[in-house]
Design a binder for this molecule. Sequence first.
Ligand code: RIB
Length: 313
Amino acid sequence: VADIIVVGSLNMDIVTRVHRFPAPGETLQASKTQFSPGGKGANQAVAAARMGASVVMAGGVGNDSFGVELKETLATSSVDIRGILQQSDTTGIADITVDENGQNTILISGGANMAYSWEEASSVLKQLHLFDGCKIALFQNEIAMQTNEDAIRDLAKRGVRIFYNPAPAIPVGNHCDVFSLIDILILNEHEAEVLTGVKVEDDSSAGYAARKLLTLGVGSVILTLGSKGLFYLDKGGMEIEMPAFPVKVVDTTAAGDTFIGSFAAAISAGKPVGEALQIGSAAAALSVMKPGAQVSIPTRADVDSFLTGFQQD
Ligand code: RIB
């Protein structure tokens, strides 16, 4: 029985390191390019599993070597891959460029991720009893919106808590009604701006954006603010501000995913929200110190020793 089901994307990340980002029309020499497993869904699944949760991944890959490699990486991290279905499209690709400051730009070709439908998936998942007993489901925006909505409705009806990371962000538009099924909305300042129109620059704009997001009907909001830390607000009025751990940033790719997966694992293990936020934030801090997506995600032992070391300083 899995604690957490992730319904989301798997991508092969093609990561190119540059001194600075090229301007439109400009050609630059890059320092190197590497292929490494990613995709927001798969990254979150790996983060939760490395924190000790039992996790099942539901998503689509193509009939190609990237699909095989992505499944193998998840399986190596103890993620149950029986919910991953082979689609007729090619495996998703993310073209990532990382500059000297560790900042990135990402272009995604969804491929098999976009072909994955809940109608097809749910019958396989049900047959294998893969969501029996699941406590939490994690969603992002790298699969078809229809699949997200169908799966959110189905899983919420079964009493599974829904954590939604609307990344990459799309305006709320006519997806309004699913928000009332969301238990925790987890997003960064850019995503919050797309959803609310509020530019999140300081504590007061973070509070304002979070309050606007609560009016969509979600139970709570976590705004992840990079080096500025995070802001939590729930509909009961509980508010938590947490600074980020000061670390040297090498590559921020998958920092948000690491936070979300680790946070969800901590919640599923029964930790109180404040402690789960701290665990997520420590895991994200460790992830930005290493290049790559899944390769940079820490284990529970790494996070525990980081937190112990930090408390002693
Ligand atoms: O959040 C990071 C992820 O976004 C990368 O692994 C890439 O695949 C893109 O989906």
